[in-house]
Design a protein around this ligand. Structure first.
Ligand SMILES: [Zn+2]
Length: 100
């Protein structure tokens, strides 16, 4: 694994999980190699842009979209995308008092 090198070929899942990061860094996502070759993510991104645009207008005058906007977008991605969420059962700290 080397730094921030994004592999030429990445899956939609990988791309979409990177998307909030890419947005946060201010990269031109429409130039992203995956976007250039993946129609699915391109239309998803267009959707997100429309949402972000509307949100920006609603929340004007804000220079930068607040984090909550991207959180909403991210949850939309997660709601629509394939289940890439890692399900790690939370192991609760054993409380001797309750362990009987
Ligand atoms: Zn894709």
């Amino acid at each position: 694994m080397s730094e921030f090198k994004v592999p030429e070929k990445m899956t939609c899942e990988e791309f979409q999980s990177h998307l909030p990061d890419l947005i946060a860094t201010g990269e031109d996502i429409f130039q992203h190699p995956h976007i250039l070759e993946c129609e699915l993510c391109r239309s998803l991104l267009a959707d997100l842009e429309a949402i972000a645009d509307a949100a920006r207008q609603l929340l004007a005058p804000a220079e930068d979209p607040p984090d909550t906007v991207w959180e909403q977008i991210q949850s939309k991605i997660q709601a629509e995308g394939p289940g890439v969420r890692e399900e790690e059962p939370q192991i609760e700290t054993a409380d001797p008092a309750k362990l009987k």
